[in-house]
Structures are given as structure tokens and as C-alpha cells.
Ligand binder design. Structure first.
Ligand SMILES: Nc1ncnc2c1ncn2[C@@H]1O[C@H](COP(=O)(O)OP(=O)(O)OP(=O)(O)O)[C@@H](O)[C@H]1O
Ligand SMILES: [Mg+2]
Length: 359
């Protein structure tokens, strides 16, 4: 069984949606899939029509003290080839257990019990640090969604850093894990210049880690979630041939699943693994470039800040903040360069003239 962990440092970037869609797409390909909700918010459980009730899912498996760690009594069917180990708000009670010395290994042990029954476990993680750590230990691959906004993209590298730290502490390999992992981008605007800049930036920084399929923004995806359907089911039941946003969403999740499968096939010992690890650059994206792009749009179209915010689908505060960044760090200027002091200041500092009162 392969364990795919869907995880991100940021909230609301589409983790649970992605976990559900990819789990369903894997199952559609005839693979036996267990969707695991490791978030106390239990959104995946909701999307997959599971019971968000205490004692019916992972919260029961990890109850204090963890009993047998056997998840089987709590697994229920979702659709052909797809089962669910759900969650509930009571999963928060498991944090002390996960903080214990054995804690980081508990999810791995729990999944090992069903390793022969499924081809894939797709785990949605929330924001509990000990749970994220335990999922990172169990994972064979990471799927890390981000939106195409600069502040969110800045967090994209954080999860990689956490994964490296947690696994190295336990002496687990990391290079292969990263080699198989993917960052997916949810593009929130159709015409966002800033989005395009951020995507280009992510690709520049993370190279191969960035999945070339960009998830479109579509209200149809939220509709599907609200109806407890996959976007494919939603398209089959309610879509029309001309419903392009819906088709685009179905295609995106299908293509991401292809990429996940392709990454799973990356063989151990591939020499590009360690190289990739060295190449991962944890620096923040270049906000100055985003700022200069939106300054150009502003100037060309003669927009004020409010209009620019409207065009970009952003808050006015974000626009002002980003523009201000660009002013403080004008295009082309190296932010780490220390500017020479002005001539007056230099003269004062060097004080080349002897004090007049000296003989
Ligand atoms: N591509 C998309 N287009 C439009 N809406 C989306 C898209 N993906 C997710 N959403 C909606 O955005 C919201 C957040 O999505 P989701 O629950 O998947 O995020 P999350 O990262 O799991 O959030 P959390 O951090 O709270 O767990 C939901 O209402 C969902 O329906
Ligand atoms: Mg979620």
C-alpha cells in the first residue's frame, strides 16, 4: 500500500477537496483506496458522506490509550473500491497520545494493519502538529496544495521543511519522499497577472515538485462538496457538455491523479532524488516581482487601487501592501544590497576634519 499525504501549512487551500477527488480518481482506475481523515474538522468525512460522529473513525483508533491501532472496525464503504476511515472533532483528544514518545509512529502502525487490503491510503491532514508529524512519518508521497497567491505560496516550502525535519529525527529517508511529491496550485483568478507571476515563481523555486496541472477556481467544486459528490459525479448528474468550468475541474483532478501515479513509479535510488533535495529553495517568493507586475497593470490601465483590487480579485489592503513592497524594493534592486550612505552622512561619520579647537 502507498500512503499519499495531502498536507499544507496553510488553511483553506483545498486539501480536503483534493484528498477526496484524488482518492476517488484512484478508485475509478480500479485501485483499492482507503481515504483517511486525519483532521478534527472532519471535512473529508463530510465530503465522502461519512459519519462525523465521535468514536466512529480515526479518533477511536487513537483513543487514549491507543488500543490495538486496528482501524478495520471503523472503516466504511464510500463507493466502488473506495472506503473511508473518518474523523470527528474528538480527534483533538488524540494529541496527548501523539505527543508521547511512540506518537509519531502510531498512524504508520494503524495503516500497516490494512496494508494488504488497499493499494492506496490517501490521508487528509488538518492543522494539529503531532498528527501532521505522524502522517509525515507514514507517508510515501506528499501532495501539497497551495493557492496561487503570494502569501500562500510562501508557505509551500514550509511543509517540505517540516517533512525533512520530522523524518530525519527518526532516521527515515527523505530524498525519495520528496522525489515522489507534488505541489499543486489552485489558481483563483482567470486573468490574474499576479497569479501568473506567483505560479512562475513557484516553478522557478521548486522545479519538478510543481505539478504542471493547475486547478481552476470553480464554484462547481464547492457545489460538488456541498452535495457530497466528487466533481466527476456532479458533472455526470448535473453537468452539460458546455459547462466548461466543470469539465476543467474534472480534467484537472484526473490529470493530477495521473501525476501522482507517475510519481509513485519513480524508482528508489533515482540519482535525481538527493539533487532535488539540494535544489529545494526555502526562500520566500519574490514579492518584488509580483509588485512590479501589478504596478505595470495599474499604470497601463490607469487604475486606482480599488479598481486594481477589483481586477485582481484581491483586497485593497493586499494591493496596497504589495505595491508598497515594490516601492521599498524597486525592481532590479537586490534587497540585500546595503546602500552607501548619503555623502553628508559619510562625511559626518568619517569626520575628516580635525576639531577646530585642536592646535
Ligand atoms: N478549486 C476550487 N474552486 C473553488 N472552490 C474550491 C476549490 N477547492 C476547494 N474549494 C472550496 O474552498 C473551501 C476550502 O476547501 P477545502 O476544505 O478543501 O480546504 P482545506 O485546505 O482542506 O481547508 P482546511 O485548512 O480548513 O482544512 C471549500 O469550501 C471548498 O468547497
Ligand atoms: Mg481540510
Amino acid at each position: 500500500m502507498r500512503v499519499l499525504a495531502v498536507t499544507a501549512n496553510k488553511g483553506g487551500v483545498g486539501k480536503s477537496t483534493l484528498a477526496f477527488q484524488v482518492a476517488a480518481e484512484l478508485a475509478r482506475r480500479g485501485l483499492r483506496v482507503l481515504a483517511v481523515d486525519a483532521d478534527k474538522q472532519a471535512d473529508l468525512t463530510r465530503y465522502a458522506r461519512g459519519p462525523r460522529l465521535a468514536g466512529m473513525g480515526l479518533d477511536a483508533v487513537l483513543a487514549d490509550p491507543p488500543a490495538s491501532l486496528d482501524p478495520r472496525p471503523y472503516i466504511g464503504p464510500v463507493s466502488d473500491n473506495l472506503d473511508l476511515l473518518g474523523s470527528s472533532p474528538r480527534l483533538a483528544d488524540a494529541d496527548p497520545v501523539l505527543h508521547s514518545a511512540e506518537g509519531p509512529l502510531l498512524i504508520q502502525r494503524c495503516l500497516a494493519v490494512v496494508a494488504d487490503v488497499y493499494d492506496w491510503a490517501v490521508v487528509d491532514t488538518g492543522h494539529s502538529e503531532p498528527i501532521i508529524a505522524a502522517v509525515l512519518v507514514a507517508a510515501d508521497q506528499l501532495l501539497m496544495p497551495t493557492t496561487a497567491s503570494a502569501p500562500d505560496a510562501r508557505h509551500a516550502g514550509d511543509m517540505l521543511q517540516t517533512a525533512v525535519r520530522v523524518r530525519e529525527q527518526l532516521g527515515l529517508e527523505t530524498a525519495e519522499l520528496l522525489q515522489r511529491s507534488l505541489i499543486t496550485i489552485w489558481r483563483r483568478q482567470h486573468n490574474g497577472v499576479a497569479d501568473a507571476e506567483v505560479i512562475a515563481n513557484l516553478q522557478e523555486r521548486f522545479g519538478d515538485l510543481v505539478c504542471p496541472v493547475v486547478i481552476p477556481h470553480s464554484s462547481r467544486i464547492s457545489e460538488a462538496n456541498d452535495q457530497r459528490l466528487t466533481v466527476r459525479e456532479h458533472a455526470e448528474m448535473f453537468g452539460t457538455a458546455r459547462d466548461r468550468p466543470l469539465r476543467a475541474a474534472v480534467d484537472a483532478y484526473e490529470a493530477i491523479t495521473d501525476h501522482v501515479l507517475a510519481r509513485a513509479g519513480v524508482v528508489a535510488g533515482d540519482p535525481s532524488g538527493p539533487r532535488l533535495l539540494e535544489e529545494v529553495d526555502f526562500e520566500e517568493p519574490d514579492l518584488a516581482r509580483v509588485a512590479s507586475a501589478i504596478r505595470r497593470v495599474k499604470a497601463r490601465r490607469g487604475l486606482d487601487d480599488d479598481e486594481l483590487a477589483e481586477v485582481l480579485g484581491r483586497s485593497v489592503d493586499w494591493v496596497r501592501h504589495t505595491l508598497a513592497f515594490g516601492t521599498r524594493y524597486p525592481e532590479g534592486e537586490d534587497r540585500l544590497t546595503i546602500r552607501p550612505r548619503s555623502r553628508v552622512a559619510v562625511r559626518e561619520l568619517a569626520d575628516p576634519w580635525p576639531p577646530r579647537w585642536r592646535p
